[in-house]
Design a protein. Structure first.
Length: 74
């Protein structure tokens, strides 16, 4: 699901079904999403970083230089 769908659902749940809202927030946070809510009850949901963007560009080469190419028996 997209963050837009989560955002709309949290807005709705916050206004009409607070118990489901709390559970949904807990579930999303457990999956790594960040949830922000303003004073008007509107939400912003930020997706967790993707695995491919987890390390800065060039990190693999720096890692090899420091620890060697065969650190894991490769």
């Amino acid at each position: 699901m997209s963050v837009e769908v989560f955002t709309e659902e949290l807005d709705r749940l916050y206004e009409f079904e607070i118990e489901k809202y709390i559970k949904e927030c807990d579930d999303l946070k457990r999956m790594g999403y960040k949830i922000y809510r303003n004073s008007e009850g509107k939400h912003k949901v930020v997706a967790p970083p993707s695995k491919s963007n987890m390390y800065p560009e060039g990190f693999g080469e720096i890692f090899e230089q420091i620890f060697g190419a065969n650190i894991f028996g490769g």
